[in-house]
Write a protein that binds this ligand. Structure first.
Ligand code: FES
Length: 128
């Protein structure tokens, strides 16, 4: 008996699942940044930090603060759904809106498309 099945196995191969993400900033004078070829499986917080985009994350990304608060303008369906816990923390964020999310909880789902978010002015958290 020998298993001669050369091809077929790798059905999990990902093909072209990449996102384009535009970050807008409420902070005056900060220009929008558009990132391409972003893979699924990362949170918007991780994507921001990896690309030198400042986004506070006081709890370290475990949905226990609200400093990674952002607004999802487009492509919300590509993100992991809002949980009750996340909603609780959004209520404590500065100026929450209907499209508010916590960046650390916005995990990119498998797929591809365009996402656009706006980050609140990060200087408001520094207190100086
Ligand atoms: S970093 Fe604390 S809730 Fe996202």
């Amino acid at each position: 008996m020998h298993s001669a099945r050369p091809i077929a196995a790798e059905t999990e191969t990902k093909t072209g699942e990449m996102y384009k993400i535009r970050f807008n900033f409420e902070q005056p004078g900060v220009e929008p940044v558009t990132l391409t070829n972003i893979e699924a499986g990362y949170s918007l917080l991780e994507v921001a930090l990896k690309n030198d985009i400042e986004l506070h994350h006081n709890c370290g990304g475990v949905c226990a603060c609200s400093t990674c608060h952002l607004y999802v303008e487009k492509g919300g369906d590509f993100l992991e759904e809002l949980s009750d816990r996340e909603e609780d923390f959004i209520d404590r964020a500065v100026n929450p809106k209907l499209n508010s999310r916590l960046g650390c909880q916005c995990l990119l789902q498998e797929g591809n498309g365009e996402i656009e978010v706006t980050l609140p002015d990060q200087t408001q958290f520094l207190g100086e």
